[in-house]
Design a protein around this ligand. Sequence first.
Ligand SMILES: NC(=O)c1ccc[n+]([C@@H]2O[C@H](COP(=O)([O-])OP(=O)(O)OC[C@H]3O[C@@H](n4cnc5c(N)ncnc54)[C@H](O)[C@@H]3O)[C@@H](O)[C@H]2O)c1
Length: 289
Amino acid sequence: MVVWVTGASSGIGEELAYQLSKLGVSLVLSARRVDELERVKRRCLENGNLKGKDVLVLPLDLMDRSSHEGATKAVLQEFGRIDILINNGGRSQRSLCVDTSMDVYKELMELNFLGTVSLTKCVLPHMIERKQGKIVTVNSLMGIISAPLGSGYSASKHALQGFFNGLRTELDTYPGITVSNICPGPVQSDIVKNSLTEEVTKTVGSNGDQSQKMATSRCVRLMLISIANDLKEVWIADQPFLSMPYLWQYMPTWAWWITGKLGKKRIENFKSGLDADASYFKIWKKKPD
Ligand SMILES: NC(=O)c1ccc[n+]([C@@H]2O[C@H](COP(=O)([O-])OP(=O)(O)OC[C@H]3O[C@@H](n4cnc5c(N)ncnc54)[C@H](O)[C@@H]3O)[C@@H](O)[C@H]2O)c1
């Protein structure tokens, strides 16, 4: 199988590369930083079952939509097909709406939503021609629920949810093409460090204590099981986070009230320099992986 992973230079995408390399697939690793992608490729070759020719490092900026067609052609030229596209690249947000510039909202939609839609549209005709393929998108619990400090991130992930649920209905006549929306809760990665804040030029800059978050390897293992089984929607989180999408889905009035109350602590945590979700980890004793 040929698997194309975006955002493969760190966090979930990097770990996807490592676990996929042990399964013997051909890999296309994309993100903006070539040196980081080369580092990931080296580790894939050291620890996985792949040879150099099985891993293509393909620099890609999701914001540069005009490059997506060319990138898709480059993958097809190298491997002849794309079996799985994993739309993983993206950024989060830590800022209150009242303080956040419109440029930040634009950036989040351009990157998380339009960048992902654009790449998917480039790959889709090829999958339709072959009548097979898997389109996997790393969404977020924030694509199901919402919380303070992440209104733009949540909007971009809700948009993805609507887009891919809609696309799946259009592909009903192609049962060989599947669309999976994978929604993780907090997972160890660089997501907080790279999060946008009030201005588009300002990131959070550090990850803070991530020890309580789900291990990247655990999240990715569950993702791969989900992908192998063509699950349409997956929520991956430890408690108490996993209960939130259920509440939002089945009891939204309660969910809005509770999230408003709990959200105050999220803002307090962030303003005092802690991880925004620090206090919720303590609510539930974390089980070992
Ligand atoms: N870590 C979490 O808690 C969590 C939870 C839910 C969903 N997610 C989602 O998982 C995905 C991966 O995030 P992560 O947690 O590994 O964070 P991360 O910051 O470690 O990785 C993000 C990846 O996206 C890439 N990227 C950013 N901007 C890009 C651009 N313009 N063009 C191409 N690539 C770009 C980065 O280079 C990096 O490789 C994201 O879509 C994120 O929304 C993460």
